[in-house]
Design a protein around this ligand. Sequence first.
Ligand code: G6P
Ligand code: ZN
Length: 543
Amino acid sequence: MTIQTIKTTPYADQKPGTSGLRKRVTVYQQPNYVENYIQAIFDSLEGFAGQTLVIGGDGRFYNDVAIQKAIRIAAANGFGKVLVGQGGLLSTPAASNVIRHYKAFGGLVLSASHNPGGPEGDFGIKYNIGNGGPAPEKITDAVFARTKVIDTYKTLDTPDIDLGSIGTQEIGDMVVEVIDPVKDYATLMEQLFDFGAIRELFASGFRMTFDAMHAVTGPYAHAILEGMLGAPKGTVINGTPSPSFNDGHPDPNLVYCKEMYDLLMTPTGPNFGAASDGDGDRNLIIGKNRFVTPSDSLALLAANAHLAPGYKGGIAGIARSMPTSAAADRVAEKLGIEMHETPTGWKFFGNLLDAGRVTICGEESAGTGSNHVREKDGLWAVLLWLNILAVRKQSVDEIVREHWATYGRNYYTRHDYEEVDSAIANALVDDLRGRLAGLPGQVLQGLEVAYADDFTYHDPVDGSTSAKQGVRVGFKDGSRIVVRLSGTGTVGATLRVYLERYEPADGQHDLETQAALEPLIKLTESLAGIKARTGRSEPSVIT
Ligand code: G6P
Ligand code: ZN
């Protein structure tokens, strides 16, 4: 088989963001756009000759086209084997597990996560390293540098690989093995959780709804919840992956899962509701009459993890992204274990997990996971919740209330301003940054500033430093404001404002969140002038 070396010219915009390179499908459809990026990834790696590469995606529009390109480029570059999910599907956590389980060199995860799909939607490519986690900045920086100068890529002139049937094929000197995308993942979940107890829970009449949002978790949820755990058929809704997510927005939040939320708030509704996003790494958890914020969910899962067999020996530590609320910190303190605060992006947890310093990680952006893989994991969070509910024999609401009565409650919200002009958004953050030094000690609307900085992360494992990760202003009473620009948007800038206020264990736990945070919302406006600068009268999304 002759390897073809094709001439190409660089694209200037192939800078990986928080989670790989996410762009509009139309951008990806430009000549050699995919080829350049994948070749740039391989050019930035060493030592993969003859090794295994995992490839899978969330099934969105263009997944099939990009996978065939990726397989050919991998073969032409000298990989020995590609493991690919049947139909091109692998949820992000399942891909992470396959990389680890089969000791692959790395993997390509084809997804734009929770962003809409279809010809007008988004697509994405992310490279994961041999530990199963997203490549660290050292690699993504090298990839970006390479994309700016790339002038050739390697490929083969071969017909498409048949991804429909499980088994082995050959392309050039490389083997392509099409694998069941669910099997290894389901086995791992069975090892971590008390499936017997969860089966009994369902047998006793407990009812849940899992919304797969027409995305990748459908096959996983059908097999695990309805198959292995005996939940009634119909427990999983929207369970067939569709390239456009049925023209929906596969983001499991209260906007896009409003119907399920309303169902959980009615007396006749199920006991438990959950959902996952486009690529299966995010989760939404709602109990009857109780929505659980991702920050609270992290704290609750960490506090109760020992009830699941996979964590019965206790957890080594917890990590959360900086904008995530400090609820988990109180759990770590009580357990006497390590607590780490990292920048936004799952890749920052990798070193801590590899070093055994933390077991459970989470982010305010609906991500929770553990050391079982190196990605956040939507179904894992759902199963850990089910395991806890099965053992504690209490409702979600009771468990959440007991938690607050023990640790106090961190009222928390995030206000997003989407598609803001990039120059305006950058100037807003820069100006705020410039005023930070003068803030400590000042009293703003009755609250005394304890600290004000732009978060810099010092990785305690490899000593690397990541600066400018978000402006934070903390107050003496434990309240906090964080302002940062999203690293995952595809159009303009998304300004994120995260607000948090602590209410002690014996305090008021039943306030409405936005009302509880109103003074901080006002304070942020006076500090940053978001409305005046962006011309927006209110956030585009409130979570
Ligand atoms: C993705 C990443 C997460 C991150 C989230 C929000 O889901 O995997 O790690 O927290 O995006 O990131 P952003 O930069 O948009 O706030
Ligand atoms: Zn995702």
